[in-house]
Design a protein around this ligand. Structure first.
Ligand code: TXA
Ligand code: MG
Length: 338
């Protein structure tokens, strides 16, 4: 078992933070909360430490890691180019769930970027993450703290379940408020591309970057054409964030699909919008908020609960469409087994 230290999410114990920072500086792995999901952190400037992240997750070496920094000055120290738009985006959205992809400086080890020329940078908004960055005095490379292709963790228990003793220390600050991973924006290309939708929406980005586009379709196609090439945005691979139990998205009334499953003797987990109209033996219901931000915050916990909950199939009622729901739809699509 890895060591788990509970900390106050708003005012973490300096001794716990100091212990975590010392481990990071010593080349070890520390899982920590951010406002999106828990990250699996290592000193980003220590190639051997970063190698441990890839091993712990079973992550392909061509999938680059996001580097977390305490402020935009620290980001600029790692980026070879810092265009005006990066400055404006940083001022507007940092600390927060936006990752900026920019050309890297040589100080960033190649392993961090999957040998590619660009580095993903973000300033997280969680007080525990910021305290850890301040204490460690090094940038922290951190993917989501789950085994590769599994559901991202929004609680320390999810990290334990997915990574077990492959982490040296977990800082447990309860649930992550955002619940879905950051928006990844590639500023190294014209026009700027959203490589992964997230909690900062396309509409919000458009206010500063009128020409920003979604890169989804183009990237998926490139990955399919040459699976071994360095990935421009591996978060865009079709299946990702998937529970072990088969998951199906149902548009409209879910009852016919639920009854079909139950009549075949399957135990069904149902992620429904709002309270369920009724229940049935063999049916486990997770009732979700109807507000997009609250839904996003609860989604991974719902998937973890049902994945652990002895069901044979997960059905998800299709949430509403619209810009506020884009990241939710993206993650559901990736979680669905086709
Ligand atoms: O909210 C988040 O972003 C969380 C927290 C811990 O910060 N981190 C996270 O990391 O979700 P990860 O590794 O699970 O997802 C990062 C995504 C991947 O799809 C990766 O391919 C992409 O960002 N990415 C990272 N660096 C990149 C780069 N240099 N170029 C293109 N894509 C990059
Ligand atoms: Mg991830």
């Amino acid at each position: 078992m890895s060591l788990v230290l509970s900390v106050d999410p708003g005012d973490p114990d300096p001794a716990a933070i100091a212990q975590a920072a010392a481990l990071l500086r010593g080349g070890r792995l520390v899982a920590f909360p951010t406002e999106t999901v828990y990250g699996l952190g290592a000193n980003a400037l220590d190639a051997a430490a970063v190698t441990r992240i890839f091993a712990a997750k079973g992550r392909p070496a061509n999938n680059p890691l996001i580097v977390h920094v305490p402020n935009s000055a620290a980001a600029r120290a790692l980026a070879a180019d810092w265009p005006d738009e990066a400055q404006r985006l940083a001022e507007r959205f940092w600390p927060g769930p936006l990752t900026l992809v920019l050309p890297k400086r040589p100080i960033v080890p190649d392993i961090v970027t999957g040998t590619g020329p660009n580095v993903g940078l973000r300033v997280p908004a969680h007080p525990v993450a910021l305290a850890l960055l301040a204490a460690a005095q090094v940038p922290i490379a951190a993917p989501s703290a789950n085994a590769s292709l599994h559901i991202s963790p929004t609680a320390a228990a999810h990290v334990v379940r997915s990574l077990g003793d492959r982490v040296d220390l977990i800082l447990d600050a309860g649930s992550c408020p955002g619940g879905l991973e950051s928006t990844v924006l590639d500023l190294s290309q014209r026009p700027p591309r959203v490589l992964r939708p997230g909690l900062v929406t396309l509409d919000e980005l458009r206010e500063l970057l009128p020409r920003v586009v979604m890169a989804e379709a183009a990237l998926r196609q490139a990955a399919e054409e040459d699976p071994a090439a360095p990935l421009a945005a591996p978060g865009q691979l079709a299946q990702h964030y998937a529970p072990r139990v088969p998951l199906e998205i149902v548009a409209g009334d879910a009852w016919p699909a639920i009854e079909r499953g139950l009549s075949r003797g399957l135990r069904i987990g149902w992620i429904c919008l709002g309270p369920p109209p009724r229940t049935e033996p063999g049916l486990k219901v997770v009732s979700m908020p109807t507000d997009a931000a609250a839904y996003a915050a609860a989604l991974y916990a719902a998937l973890h609960e049902l994945d652990d909950g002895g069901v044979d199939r997960i059905l998800v009622t299709l949430p509403p469409v619209g810009e506020a729901w884009r990241a939710v739809h993206d993650r559901l699509r990736r979680a669905a087994h086709e």
